[in-house]
Design a protein around this ligand. Sequence first.
Ligand code: UTP
Length: 408
Amino acid sequence: MTLAEAKQKLAQYGQEHVLKYYEELDAAGQEALLTQIGETDMSVLASCKHREELVKKGEITPLAAMELDEINANRKSFTSTGIKAIHDGKVGAVLLAGGMGTRLGSDNPKCMYNVGISRELYIFECLVNNMMDVVRQSGSWFHLFVMTSEKNNDTTIQFMQEKKFFGYNPEFVHFFKQEMAAATDYEGRIYLEEKGRLATSPNGNGGWFISMKNAGLLDLVKKEGIEWINVFAVDNVLQRIADPCFVGATIQRNCDVGAKVVRKNAPDEKVGVMCLEDGRPSIVEYYDLTQELMDARDEKGNPAYNFGVILNYLFRVSALEQLLDGNLPLHIVEKKIPCLDEAGELIKPQEPNGYKFESLVLDMIHQMGSCLPYEVERNREFAPIKNKTGIDSVESARALLRENGVEL
Ligand code: UTP
């Protein structure tokens, strides 16, 4: 893109300020900035001024979960179906590790966080330990695809290689990068993170399948005959990955997606809950859950919206492929964005200072024909690390790891 073209594009979107330091850059710096301006989607930025209108919900009705009693009664059969699928190479997993983990506030990628006390125990190590249970049980490795972003890709790969994947078979580990999006102040003006670089952040975890395709990994999925993909977050150190019973239940119920859920511990707990939206599976975020929905009861008299998602989904690959062109809704979230201040100095804010633009994997559920919410015991499978202390923190995850017999 030429300077004239860049100026024209920036004027169209009211972003001319990003050229403030253009004359100070060397030729390579100028070219890199113009390229970035050319590649950045600026059409979405103005929508931050009416962000509450972006994610409009349809009619919400309950979607029953498969509860523990039913799972236990069928455990043997589900597990043997799941083990067979894993053994036959039909199951793969995607680790969502592209996030910035700003709430945890560590400079390194989250997977490198050491939750150990008297020994080293990294988040990624906890996940591999859980995966190894399945490898032993099924007698076969399953493919792990790791999504990183431009910001943490090299550090993540280097760490995992140095640690020899904590014993996982490297031939079954593949990395791909997600896309980035511009980050702005509260007026939708793009921040600069360097004099010659727009501030960008990973564009949310919803783009994982497209990014995997763009990286050529869908060819591997096809070649290997992978029919199911278990997508999971990096920060739940207790979660079971490619859990045979969950895999078997989703296959036997013939659903396009299975979603691991936990029983809510309070009607207003801050988790997204499973529901139907206009008759299709969906997730209603806690801030959209009205008092009326919180009070609603099912025919047994239990809360009708009582199961929260934990970001562990099993997608049928053929259902995902039909969605490739379908757009996901945009979420505009407040975050801490490192940026240059008025004097051109880099600042790392302690409080949120603007918006990131993201698409979310939970919105993919609404695009699936059928979904099986599958209950898991929260104390056994849900220990997310979002913060340093308090709720969903290093502290709470350590307590839960101990409770499950993990030495720290
Ligand atoms: P979070 O919602 O916890 O976001 O991600 P985050 O960006 O990592 O953390 P905060 O909000 O800044 O503290 C849930 C999961 O989705 C992944 C994260 O790595 C985590 O596994 N994720 C999130 C991505 O892979 N890409 C993204 O763009 C965002």
